[in-house]
Ligand binder design. Structure first.
Ligand SMILES: Cc1cc2nc3c(=O)[nH]c(=O)nc-3n(C[C@H](O)[C@H](O)[C@H](O)COP(=O)(O)OP(=O)(O)OC[C@H]3O[C@@H](n4cnc5c(N)ncnc54)[C@H](O)[C@@H]3O)c2cc1C
Length: 292
């Protein structure tokens, strides 16, 4: 299908973006990699009259550790993330989430900022980033606003971004010593959206779990943080019985619906298995000294 007519802008600074957003409020959409927005426009599920492309705006593709955080600029492409030695070695959960987003062609265009800002519960990054205690930065003519990803993700395809705000970066706390992360996804075939997936981060201190994060993909209106399971893990040795109970609690936090991929009960059961596997993997990585 062919999208409705639109006017395309490629501004070269954030102030220009803000100006365009203000001039065309309600009729304009920001364009990042276009891998979610353009398909929606082709299906005429979205028909913005103005597209404001961020590709020429400088400073949005930073990917580095800085001031105790991993800073991922909103326009960092999936392929850039996937090929980064920093991500591969220190952030295995993020690497794994990125490498199961769609296929290499899509990943050459798709951005991490777009993945998060689109707020599709089926997108892979939000759950992993929730598990890691991520914050996001939004900038507008009124200044810079930082919020937790939990607060940013409001509902299906709805975020806390205000009409004049641009998501500029994503900040993941640098992993403490003995931290491991993992992302495991069940998809019908390679490149598909998740039937269900889970992102996990574990920090060990003297063999005991001192921090835990668990995020769930595509089993609710937004990516879900499995808080009860997280709290259960803290202060315990992550032995097999503990892992299984945490996985049970995580699947109880899910709100899956029955659809073409299967009944809700099936998805809960899958989630329990995926969570247990991701926890075991994250613990192994933490025991191997991950985060150092
Ligand atoms: C065939 C196919 C398969 C896919 N499979 C998967 C998958 O398995 N897992 C997965 O996670 N994703 C998948 N995707 C989605 C893909 O990863 C998307 O590209 C991504 O979710 C959105 O990123 P984008 O850069 O393309 O954003 P765009 O499509 O350009 O934008 C998406 C939305 O976010 C807004 N936006 C983007 N950037 C900003 C910003 N900086 N500030 C404010 N608002 C912004 C836009 O206005 C728009 O509403 C798939 C896409 C395709 C085409």
């Amino acid at each position: 299908m062919i999208p409705d007519d639109f006017t395309y802008f490629a501004p070269s600074s954030l102030p220009e973006v803000w100006n365009l957003l203000r001039q065309h409020e309600g009729d304009a959409k920001i364009l990042a990699g276009g891998q979610s927005l353009i398909p929606l426009m082709k299906l005429r599920l979205a028909s913005p009259a103005y597209l404001i492309d961020l590709r020429n705006v400088p400073g949005l593709s930073v990917l580095q550790e800085q001031d105790g955080s991993l800073v991922i600029g909103a326009m960092v492409r999936e392929s850039q993330l996937e090929q980064s030695p920093l991500i591969q070695t220190r952030y295995p959960g993020i690497y794994e989430a990125s490498s199961v987003v769609a296929d290499p062609l899509v990943r050459n265009f798709a951005t991490v900022g777009g993945n998060v800002a689109h707020a599709d519960p089926a997108n892979d990054h939000p759950a992993m980033l929730l598990a890691m205690g991520t914050h996001v930065t939004a900038q507008s003519p009124r200044g810079t606003r930082t919020m937790s990803l939990d607060d940013f993700l409001v509902d299906t395809m709805e975020t806390a971004l205000r009409p004049d705000e641009v998501l500029t970066d994503i900040r993941v706390p640098r992993p403490l010593p003995h931290t491991g992360s993992a992302y495991i996804k069940l998809e019908r075939k390679v490149g598909d959206y998740a039937i269900a997936a889970v992102g996990v981060m574990i920090t060990l201190d003297g063999g005991v779990c001192s921090r835990a994060g668990i995020g769930l993909t595509n089993v609710g209106p937004t990516a879900i943080r499995a808080r009860q399971a997280e709290a259960y893990l803290v202060g315990k040795q992550p032995d097999e019985a503990t892992v299984r109970e945490a996985a049970r609690l995580a699947s109880a936090a899910a709100e899956p619906v029955t659809d073409l991929h299967g009944p809700a009960d099936y998805k809960r059961s899958i989630l329990r298995t995926l969570t247990a596997r991701a926890l075991r993997l994250a613990v192994q990585r933490a025991q191997a000294g991950g985060g150092q």
